[in-house]
Design a protein around this ligand. Structure first.
Ligand SMILES: [Zn+2]
Length: 63
C-alpha cells in the first residue's frame, strides 16, 4: 500500500554562500533541525557544510 507522504523534502542552506538547496529524502530519514550535512554546492563548486532546516509547508511560509 502506498502513502503519499513517502518523500519528505528538506531545505539545506550552504553555510558558505547561503545558497538554498532542496533535497528529497525517504520518510524513514529522521530529520533534525539545524543538522549540518556536507553536500555539493553548485555555486561554490565544492562540497560544503549545509544547514538543514525544516521545510514544512505552512509552518515555514514566513521565511
Ligand atoms: Zn555554497
Amino acid at each position: 500500500m502506498r502513502k503519499r507522504n513517502a518523500v519528505n523534502d528538506s531545505c539545506l542552506t550552504c553555510v558558505r554562500c547561503g545558497n538554498k538547496n532542496t533535497i528529497f529524502r525517504n520518510a524513514g530519514y529522521k530529520k533534525s533541525d539545524g543538522h549540518i550535512k556536507d553536500i555539493w554546492c553548485f555555486k561554490c563548486k565544492d562540497k560544503t557544510p549545509h544547514e538543514e532546516q525544516k521545510n514544512d509547508y505552512g509552518l515555514w511560509s514566513e521565511q
